[in-house]
Design a protein around this ligand. Structure first.
Ligand SMILES: [Zn+2]
Ligand SMILES: [Zn+2]
Length: 317
């Protein structure tokens, strides 16, 4: 498959009249479902934090791989291929994070890349930090999102049997992975009380959610732009630490088909890349797509802000 396949997918979209506005005046309509769900999850997570002071920490960060290595790099961008066992593991891990089904995640994410930071971007960072972080889940989606999301091609995801299974049985699969098992396992295996297990699990959920939200907010606002100054996504090391290496976001929006979502050398902070490399080592991940160093340097020289190592050294030698 050519490295352009990801872009080709996005280009298939029919342009509906003109390009979406950046952040036009808009009457927010509260989504009561969103407010209730987020309100409960956050209050329960705060109580969970209180309870977890005396409890063992869960391996929170590992479950985020279902979103970063799975829904994002594998299924949204098709930046590598995965065998059936790895796909099943990633689908189950993604289910633990309750961020829609993978098919819906892919549709929203492709829309985000196609119309970044405009009114057709579900978490439009042009509306500021709070909206792109959490606010977008508390209001009904913008008309531009409703109108254009139907144009996004996700036929590859909807024809994938693992993803179709998750969508078909979304309530039992996600309910079991996100709520039932993380609560029942500590109760059965190490005698935790249901109250503590439930609320510590809520804390786990809230942490993975905010890790993902930081990519949409902080990594679209704060940081430098070594690869392309024409787009808002940035390089944000703190976000990479928080969410398995997904904070090298200026790189990712410039070269979305690269499975590393960063240049080599950033691998230490990139748990998702380490995980994919490990899977590739024993044959579960293959056809890993990357960008050549020359192509990266050329792009940094052409559109970067001068903070890329190559361009910086050239200017300051
Ligand atoms: Zn992406
Ligand atoms: Zn982004």
């Amino acid at each position: 498959m050519s490295p352009k396949s990801d872009e080709t997918l996005l280009e298939k979209i029919d342009e509906i009249d003109k390009y979406p506005t950046k952040a036009a005046a808009w009457n927010y309509r509260i989504s009561y479902k969103g407010v209730l769900a987020m309100g409960y999850f956050h209050l329960a997570a705060i109580y969970g934090l209180y309870l977890s002071i005396t409890s063992a920490k869960s391996a929170t960060i590992l479950f985020s791989l279902g979103v970063t290595a799975g829904a994002h790099r594998l299924w949204s961008h098709r930046s590598y291929k995965a065998t059936l066992p790895l796909q099943i593991i990633l689908m189950l891990f993604q289910s633990m994070c309750l961020q829609y089904t993978v098919i819906n995640w892919v549709r929203q994410h492709r829309l985000h890349h196609k119309y970044s930071d405009t009114d057709a971007d579900p978490h439009n960072a042009s509306r500021g930090f709070f909206f792109s972080h959490l606010g977008w889940t508390l209001v009904e989606e913008h008309d531009e999102v409703t109108k254009r999301i139907t144009q996004i091609d996700v036929s590859d995801a909807t024809s994938n049997p693992v993803l179709r299974f998750q969508k078909e049985y979304a309530y039992p699969v996600i309910g079991m992975m996100c709520f039932v098992l993380p609560t029942v396992i500590p109760v059965i295996f190490w005698g935790e009380t249901i109250n503590v297990a439930w609320h510590v699990n809520m804390l786990r959920y809230a942490l993975t959610l905010h890790g993902t939200f930081l990519i949409n907010s902080a990594a679209h606002i704060y940081g430098n732009r070594p690869y392309d100054t024409n787009i808002s996504p940035t390089q944000n090391t703190l976000v990479s630490l928080a969410i398995c290496g997904e904070g090298f976001h200026n790189y990712h929006h410039t070269f979305p088909w690269d499975y590393r979502a960063a240049e080599l050398g950033n691998t230490l902070l990139n748990l998702s890349t380490m995980f994919i490399n490990l899977c590739a080592w024993f044959g579960w991940a293959y056809d890993l797509k990357t960008v050549t160093d020359d192509m990266i340097k050329a792009r940094a020289r052409k559109t970067g802000d001068g903070t890329h190592m190559t361009t910086y050294m050239e200017v300051n030698k």
